[in-house]
Design a protein. Structure first.
Length: 317
């Protein structure tokens, strides 16, 4: 599911569908064990569908570590026995957080994680102070914090989730949701057509074929100079405290942050799509291409969103 950041009403709509799917699945005696945005699909009516049942099991009690580390419950991280239903609900909470922020709430549910440690200590005030996301409602924060508790016994069941005030907040109709997503889809189609259009200005012959890979994202801007995009990325890196290296010969920036298993390295190129614009007053079209060299997809997506959010405010799309 790659629909961009959702507001809480949109997220609630899909969270209802996700919980409904899990309730049905668990009722039949099956457990997914890898709930994450990448395993959620949208049908033609923008309804959510669970996908990728490669780690699914009929075992309610498990010991095998399965799933994606950013979405795993702490008992799985610590290789302890766990209840499959509780693991699914934990992952669904992390996924819900990703819906509205386009980032993960912590790198992993480990007591040594710089963010999850406050959840493990039941210190929501300190956790949300560090997250510093003022757009989230108190109801959302409360439900999320309960669902990712360190102690599985403290997490709400499906019935308790369904009775939570945030879950029962204003709900979009299917028609309202479809209208919003139709607008987003049209914008994405325009960008996709630009990406697939053969042009002599593409610097790399394989760029078109690889733009859709998980390790590479792209965004198009009308910018007079490629260096303007480079400087926007450098400005983002400085604000976020990332280590960066700007190439002297190419429109390229390398970013790095984190250490060890949590390290992520990214290369960002600015590609010329059209050398001449259709209007003398219009800036040429350029492609901001962001490639992951090392690190998790969740980290990569988060940095990608940070970069394009900053560029969107400065340049024409």
């Amino acid at each position: 599911m790659n629909s961009g950041k959702l507001d809480e009403e949109e997220a609630r709509y899909y969270f209802h569908q996700m919980i409904s799917a899990l309730e049905y699945m668990h009722g039949k005696g099956y457990y997914h064990r890898d709930i994450k945005p990448e395993n959620l699909l949208l049908d033609s009516n923008f309804n959510l569908k669970l996908a990728d049942f490669g780690f699914a099991t009929k075992m309610a009690a498990c010991t095998q570590r399965r799933g994606t580390v950013n979405y795993m419950a702490p008992e799985m991280i610590e290789n302890k026995p766990y209840r499959s239903e509780q693991a699914d609900l934990f992952s669904s909470a992390v996924t819900l957080f990703n819906f509205v922020t386009k980032k993960v709430p912590f790198m992993q549910a480990d007591i040594d994680d710089k963010l999850y440690q406050y959840i493990a200590k039941s210190d929501p005030e300190q956790y949300w102070r560090i997250q510093a996301d003022s757009e989230l409602s108190e109801g959302f924060k409360d439900l999320f914090f309960r669902m990712v508790s360190y102690d599985p016994a403290c997490r709400p069941t499906i019935n308790e989730i369904k009775n939570h005030p945030w879950f029962n907040g204003p709900l979009l109709s299917q028609e309202e949701l479809s209208f919003r997503f139709c607008i987003r889809t049209k914008k994405r189609r325009v960008q996709s057509m630009k990406a697939l259009r053969p042009t002599s200005g593409m610097r790399r012959s394989k760029s078109i074929q690889t733009l859709k890979q998980d390790k590479r994202h792209s965004k198009f801007y009308k910018v007079k100079s490629g260096n303007d995009l480079v400087e926007a990325i450098v400005e983002t890196a400085r604000k976020k405290g990332y280590t960066y290296y700007k190439s002297k010969d190419l429109y390229q920036v390398q970013l790095q942050t984190g250490k060890g298993e949590n390290q992520i390295r990214i290369i960002i190129n600015v590609l010329s799509i059209s050398k001449k614009s259709s209007s003398k007053r219009s800036a040429p079209l350029r492609c901001l291409q962001i490639m992951k060299v090392k690190g998790s997809k969740a980290q990569f997506d988060e940095i990608f969103c940070e970069c394009i959010d900053h560029c969107d405010m400065r340049f024409d799309i």
